[in-house]
Design a protein around this ligand. Sequence first.
Ligand SMILES: C[S@@+](CC[C@H](N)C(=O)[O-])C[C@H]1O[C@@H](n2cnc3c(N)ncnc32)[C@H](O)[C@@H]1O
Length: 289
Amino acid sequence: MYVDGTVGGGGHAEEICKRLQGPGRLLCLDADEEALSSARMRLAPHVERTVFVRTNFRLLRSVVTGAGWTRIHGVLLDLGVSSHQLDAPERGFTFRNDERLDMRMDRRQEVSAWEIVNTLDEQPLAKLLWEYGEERMSRRIARRIVEQRPVETTGALRNVVASVVKGPHLTKSLARIFQALRIAVNGELESLAAALKDATDLLVPGGRIVVISYHSLEDRIVKEFFRSESTVHVRRDIPLLPGQEPIPRLRVLTRKPVIPSPEETVHNPRARSAKMRAAERRDVGSQRT
Ligand SMILES: C[S@@+](CC[C@H](N)C(=O)[O-])C[C@H]1O[C@@H](n2cnc3c(N)ncnc32)[C@H](O)[C@@H]1O
């Protein structure tokens, strides 16, 4: 029983399906309807092994139990947006096109990047750009956005940022601003934290969580979660009976994140920032579930 929480175009899922045996099944999740349709097509040869659910992976626990499963053997989260989402017109994820500010992975959701850019007060907007984009010029950019409202399109937002950040730093600032808005629109960091917890609760002993992240905020959440769940937290003021020592729930399999080789980055430049971390659920008996 495996879960691909970010099935996207189905590339990873296809490789997982090829390796499933006997009663093996893969639950394929994505918040994006277009991603699910293309994954369904790609995985058609594995129709008997796959179940597709359009959902945010933050609901992992209820989706798994809704599928009638109680425990799972592995979870993959390949975070962020797909190349398809970046390249598709009208999704508003990239400053390289000029289209309506959108950035919703799930288009049923009401709040898009347009609402954030055009309705948030200056201070919370600056905070969001700083916290989710780590953009040093966040205050000045937020002030300029508020002055220039309405900012209707990705191109208009690019021009606002360009009026504050000059020269060679512009592209990096644009990437940070667009990242910050995307994280906020989709609640990406909260979803990741929730899914890591649910995945750890649901995994059988020996089951694995694998996460591929693309920026430092995500990677930090994964690293700290794995560290916390693989460390014993002992209260020094409470004596422990022999055999009652707490056992951490996870064993980290990647001391350092796995990153793409230079050759891989040449073939697939969008993989250049990828970091993969993996952990395995330990057998903690009845002490903690
Ligand atoms: C990098 S792509 C995954 C590509 C996929 N591994 C493949 O092999 O084609 C990320 C996908 O995850 C989806 N996604 C991102 N965050 C999500 C979330 N919180 N819940 C559900 N889907 C999410 C996006 O819609 C996108 O399709």
